[in-house]
Design a protein around this ligand. Sequence first.
Ligand SMILES: Nc1ncnc2c1ncn2[C@@H]1O[C@H](COP(=O)(O)OP(=O)(O)O)[C@@H](O)[C@H]1O
Ligand SMILES: [Mg+2]
Length: 237
Amino acid sequence: MAKFITIMSGKGGVGKTTTSINLALAMHKTGSDVVLLEGNLSSPNISVHLGGTYFPVTIHDVMVGKHPIKNAIYEHHTGLRIVPADISVEAMQLVNFEELKKHVHDLHLYADYVIVDGSPGLGRESTHLIEMTDELIIITNPDPASLLDAKRLIDFAKRFNKIIIGILITKHKNKSYKLKPEEIERETGVRVIGMIPECKKFEMSLHHKKPYIHLYPRRKPSKEYEKLAGMLTGRVL
Ligand SMILES: Nc1ncnc2c1ncn2[C@@H]1O[C@H](COP(=O)(O)OP(=O)(O)O)[C@@H](O)[C@H]1O
Ligand SMILES: [Mg+2]
């Protein structure tokens, strides 16, 4: 049975897609069988981060029963397998989470881990994603606004009795005005499982449409994503 791990946040723009891609790739590099699934169907952007915006079969085709999920699995040149979404506005009308839930479970046949790039906030989409997943990783930046939204998401997710693996702090900076991991743990009651330093090179990664850990494997953020991948899979590089 594949384990579904969904990457979520209260606030938008904190680093969910960046984390989903780099964490999934780091897990793949440990030899684990991973698929990265686009779960942010209202504004999908895995394909923007990885290059290529047209895919003949997407999660939307699977949702409407046109194709089995295996036809929507693509191998990126890094070796990471992804299930992209249709980015057109028309495709948004096709979203039916009940159907999605039925079909994504077929991914059990193709992977040990499904990393789901989630949506921000506590809306309908997030509710369905929480229902669909086994476990959650909450992303926050070390500032009061992201933390407040992360707290709300954690309170919300607890109602579904899902395992919250922990909080990943992204865009971390050692500055007096930034929140410390201890403060974030104290405020949320959830453990911090990693800290990804803020790094300008993430912009270059987006520009080149290549995962950060693929472009900059020796930098600290890559090492931190690898550490987390090791913790999740029990395998190290
Ligand atoms: N550790 C980091 N340091 C600096 N910039 C980052 C970091 N992580 C993500 N970013 C940048 O933040 C922006 C939003 O990231 P993204 O992953 O798209 O967020 P979300 O999916 O939560 O909306 C992107 O420009 C991304 O390159
Ligand atoms: Mg995103």
